[in-house]
Write a protein that binds this ligand. Structure first.
Ligand SMILES: O=C(O)/C=C/C(=O)CC(=O)C(=O)O
Ligand SMILES: [Mg+2]
Length: 215
């Protein structure tokens, strides 16, 4: 078993990419970015299957965002797009749970999104997926259902910036280290969740996961 199987415990940093699918940028009335938009979540936001997603107190619009996660396998700083795949240690499926009301408030004031994106349980995560289980991370179906109803259904080929481009770009600013997680952005279909909802999500036929939402 890979040393990265416990990447949540190694837990170095979680780097997230925003607006990486044009249809998602459009559904939130955002322009399509010309450079990747990056933000961070703390590793205290991780939650594994079997534990619930908790709606933070006073949040009235918690949204699901299903995303492909890249687990970094080797240290990488200022690497090229061509070198990027060597830094991949494996994969995971993640949810970038977002307190949309708090994010919108922060956007209006020009404040950071840290609380809206980084509260406890804002990063539900699947088991680690070995690197050789996925031949091409830029060609994967990704989906999410709420109480059995399909809400998000996309393919990573529609990402504006490819996995390799993102790794290279991020490594120009942050040294990537084994155990880091990159969340690569969400396809369209994000929506509000309620207490009692059951979220199921999957990545091709490689991995799926289920989480219950609690108040
Ligand atoms: O700018 C906004 O209104 C919202 C952006 C996001 O939440 C970006 C993401 O996290 C994403 O696209 O996955
Ligand atoms: Mg996101």
């Amino acid at each position: 078993m890979s040393k990265l199987a416990n990447f949540r415990e190694i837990g170095r940093k979680i780097v997230c990419v925003g607006r990486n699918y044009s249809e998602h940028a459009a559904e939130l009335n955002n322009p399509v970015p010309t450079k990747p938009i990056l933000f961070l979540k703390p590793t205290s936001s991780y939650v594994a299957e079997g534990s619930p997603i908790k709606i933070p107190k006073d949040c009235t619009d918690l949204n699901h965002e299903v995303e492909l996660g890249i687990v970094i396998g080797s240290r990488a700083s200022c690497i090229s797009v061509e070198e990027a795949s060597q830094a991949i240690g494996g994969y995971a499926l993640g949810l970038d749970m977002t307190a949309r009301d708090w994010q919108n408030e922060a956007k209006k004031k020009g404040h950071p999104w840290s609380i809206a994106k980084g509260f406890d349980t804002s990063c539900p995560i699947s088991a680690f997926v070995e690197k050789d289980k996925i031949k091409n991370p830029n060609e994967l179906d990704i989906w999410l259902t709420v109480n059995g109803e399909k809400r998000q259904s996309g393919n990573t080929r529609d990402m504006i910036f490819s996995v390799e481009y993102l790794i290279s770009y991020i490594s120009q600013f942050f040294t990537l280290e084994p155990g880091d997680l990159l969340l690569t952005g969400t396809p369209s279909g994000v929506s509000r969740v309620q207490p009692g909802d059951v979220l199921k999500a999957g990545l091709g036929d490689v991995v799926s996961m289920q989480f219950k939402v609690e108040a």
